[in-house]
Design a protein around this ligand. Structure first.
Ligand code: 4AZ
Length: 438
């Protein structure tokens, strides 16, 4: 991963000059000698008062907050159930889930719980006669002094308002609002694709672009190691399957030499697995890097945890507009021909249109239909050697992370007009579903 170093602007140098002018004192001598015990007492009292106030503030502003998770079900009356809704990966399922989540989110934002509501997520759509039932998990933040029955009543009352007011989606509560433990929530949500732990999203304030990732930020990223040395990146797409680049395996086809590690550190991984099968795209062409995609089957399923999860695969028709933001992650080198790094790095890049990327000054026609360019045209931020096979992801409107590209090739790294070239995942969706049992 290569990144522009953020060079701080010449910060203003603050210098405080005290000039103490000593003059002969005209103060009467009696008031000159202040009792040192009193001074001591006042100083200690001020320090104690400050410390108590700060701790109380911290307690009420931060530590006094508690997350509450609730589960509920809603009947969707004006949508007919169809078979496509039974699978979480269909466009129909994703669109309807998105509509339900945004109806609930809008309702809470317009209510007196706007500050407490964090997120709603559809975990399944079921059939009920010809209607649909949606099972939903919601996250809230309340101060600890709220008692649970009152929190529940306030949430129920807002949900009732949402049911009464929803315009284009006719919803009815179906089943009770029940509080669920953090552990149960984690067990439910770790099974979902493209979700970060804590239902958090990247906030815009965070500086990204070749910075160190935190554990759980990119839970689908894996390291593929040849004889215990990191060689390529990979992406977890189910409990048993990993996507990577075909060129990582052309001269390294012995499955027994490969290991997969999970977690941000390659030195202290969270989990390890062997590889049972390597499936290279049978039309992979090393001369042009066409179809640079491979599927790896793990020797044993990995258990999804807080920090090990799968990414979402995009629909074949999902569009990836030029200029939109994407993130690339990996343990690759920080300069061309440099060495790999032990801790996972992340970089923010932009999608670049194939037309711009194929210009004579750029890749001059080498970008073929199954490829996608991303980076910065001015250079400075890019994937590099050792990042190959790793993910290029984008967040959708539901705040789920989708795999749009796999690090494939480029002319050196981070040069102007020479962005990173990625395998375009939407073009291989059918190939992936044909070959991986997911
Ligand atoms: C490589 O050699 C490689 N700048 C990967 C990505 C890029 C260049 C080279 C993109 O694995």
């Amino acid at each position: 991963m290569i990144s522009l170093q953020h060079i701080p602007e010449d910060g203003a140098q603050w210098s405080l000059n005290f000039s103490l002018v000593l003059r002969p004192s005209r103060v009467p001598s009696a008031s000159r000698s202040v009792n040192p015990y009193i001074v001591c007492f006042v100083v200690i009292a001020v320090v104690v008062i400050l410390a108590v106030t700060t701790s109380l503030l911290v307690y009420f502003l931060a530590l006094g907050q508690k997350y509450y998770f609730y589960r509920s079900s809603f009947q969707i009356l004006n949508v007919q159930y169809t078979d496509e809704l039974s699978s979480t990966v269909t466009q129909k399922y994703r669109t309807l889930s998105g509509r339900i989540e945004s109806t609930i989110t809008r309702g809470f934002i317009e209510s007196n719980l706007r500050k407490q509501f964090i997120r709603a997520h559809v975990i399944s759509l079921r059939q009920s006669g010809s209607d649909v039932i949606a099972d939903i998990v919601m996250k809230f933040k309340f101060t600890k002094d709220n008692n649970e029955p009152s929190v529940k009543r306030r949430i129920e009352s807002v949900l009732q308002q949402i049911m009464n007011n929803s315009e284009n989606l006719e919803m009815n509560t179906s089943g009770e609002l029940t509080q669920i433990t953090d552990q149960d929530t984690e067990n439910i949500l770790t099974q979902e694709c493209g979700l970060r732990p804590d239902l958090t999203t990247l906030s815009d304030e965070r500086i990204i672009g070749g910075t160190k990732a935190k554990e759980g930020d990119w839970p689908w990223q894996v390291s593929l190691q040849w004889s215990n040395l990191h060689h390529c990146g990979g992406v977890l797409i189910s409990k048993k399957w990993i996507l990577s680049a075909a060129h990582c395996f052309t001269s390294r086809s012995d499955t027994l030499q490969w290991t997969v590690t999970f977690g941000i550190s390659t030195t202290f991984p969270k989990e390890r697995r062997g590889i049972k099968t390597i499936l290279i795209h049978n039309n992979y062409k090393p001369e042009t890097q066409e179809n640079d995609i491979a599927l790896l089957q793990l020797d044993r399923e990995v258990t999804f945890t807080r920090n090990i999860r799968m990414v979402c695969l995009p629909d074949a028709s999902q569009n990836i507009p030029p200029g939109t933001t994407a993130y690339v992650t990996g343990w690759g080198s920080q300069r061309y021909t440099g060495s790999i790094v032990p801790d996972l790095e992340q970089a923010r890049v932009k999608i670049i249109s194939t037309k711009v990327c194929n210009a004579p000054s750029s890749y001059n026609g080498a970008i073929l239909p199954g490829m996608l360019c991303a980076g910065l045209l001015q250079g400075g931020v890019d994937a590099c050697q050792g990042d190959s096979g790793g993910p290029l992801v984008q967040e959708d409107a539901r705040q789920l992370w989708f795999l749009v590209g796999i690090v494939s090739w480029g002319y050196k790294c981070a040069l102007p007009d020479k962005p990173g070239v990625y395998t375009l995942v939407t073009a291989y969706r059918d190939w992936i579903y044909q070959h991986a049992e997911i």
